[in-house]
Write a protein that binds this ligand. Structure first.
Ligand code: G6D
Length: 332
């Protein structure tokens, strides 16, 4: 039955459980306005496709699993940006760059939460005020992240924000997935399709160069559904938005499809490596390549390179973006 409830969880303290008429369940935390679980009701049992550390302490240690990232996702190279000729300096926390807005980013905040139910959907509205100058970002930003679940098995995340001064705003959800239901299985046999003809070219330190690389003939060519194999990704795909979905991830047994549609210009896809290996997760210890992060967003580096778009937010504007995760699953 379609419902949203606040509950106390032994591992994650306060959580919000969204359930629809098909018994699909989404679990959220106010810490980082974070996606903790998507529990898919397969015939053989419930399969949780979201990779997450086993408890809140693990989430705080690992930082980004399922979290809302912001005000600016990705790397701000050299930890500075300019707006209207004024220079702003942000925290250096990754080589000489700012990753995911620094140590005090959206993922590391406790958001206010308000549940709602309306015709055909239930959800949680997370809100946060990011004060002028906090972590180096100008403007008092009123940020909202709304998760909603409907009876057609769509989880939608909506991002809304306003500012009282020109600033940067490029949020994402840093969801990690393993559609087998256990992060101790490498994701190599998952199938992936990404409707993108180009990626933003990256440097060895994963900052972007300002150029684009055609995917044709490269490891980035996922224009047709195929297995991920040993492909390592930590790259921004530039979505074409030409098909009725932008990307899809399919489980090795083909019982679960995660079909994603977004109005964001791009998606950073990151296959985990050794630095997550061994993390104690809900469903076992993290294997190398035990999950894949899918982060719809503006193209990282846009604050430096106009050819990547514009992530400036001005007082006369309001930021709106939405990403829908449609979960298809076999119940036969
Ligand atoms: C690594 O480069 C990657 C990032 O893209 C990712 O978000 C992070 O690990 C979790 O720094």
């Amino acid at each position: 039955m379609l419902s949203v409830v606040q509950a106390q969880d032994q591992h994650f303290e306060t959580v919000y459980r969204l359930t629809n008429n098909n018994d699909l369940e989404v679990v959220l935390s106010p810490y980082g306005a974070r996606l903790l679980a998507i529990k898919v009701p397969l015939t053989e049992g419930v399969r949780d496709i979201v990779a997450s550390p086993v408890d809140l302490a693990g989430q705080k240690a690992a930082r980004y699993f399922g979290a809302t990232i912001g005000p600016v996702a990705g790397r701000i190279s050299q930890s500075y940006f300019e707006i209207d000729g004024e220079k702003f300096v942000t925290e250096t926390n990754n080589n000489e760059h700012t990753l995911h807005s620094g140590s005090n980013g959206f993922d590391n905040r406790v958001w206010l939460a308000e549940t709602y139910e309306k015709d055909g959907e239930v959800g949680v509205i997370f809100s946060l005020t990011h004060e002028d100058g906090e972590d180096g970002f100008p403007g008092k930003v009123q940020a909202k992240v709304t998760y909603s679940l409907d009876n057609a098995d769509n989880l939608t995340i909506r991002y809304d924000a306003t500012t009282d001064k020109p600033t940067l705003y490029n949020p994402t959800n840093h969801g990690y997935y393993n559609l087998t239901g256990s992060e101790s299985n490498p994701i190599n046999s998952h199938f992936l399709q990404v409707n993108a003809k180009e990626v933003a070219t990256t440097n060895p330190d994963v900052t972007t160069t300002g150029t684009k690389t055609a995917v044709e003939g490269t490891k980035f060519d996922f224009r047709e559904l195929k297995t991920i194999g040993e492909t390592q990704l930590d790259d921004p795909f530039m979505l074409t938005h030409e098909a009725d979905f932008d990307l899809v991830l399919v489980s090795p047994d083909e019982k679960v499809r995660l079909q994603i549609t977004t109005d964001a210009p791009g998606v950073v896809i990151y296959t985990t490596g050794t630095h997550e290996e061994g993390t104690l997760m809900k469903n076992g210890a993290m294997a190398v390549r035990g999950a894949i992060a899918i982060e719809t967003q503006g193209i990282p580096g846009a604050e430096k390179f106009a050819q990547y778009g514009d992530i400036t937010l001005r007082p006369e504007q309001a930021f709106h973006s939405a990403t829908t995760y449609h979960i298809d699953y076999l119940q036969v």
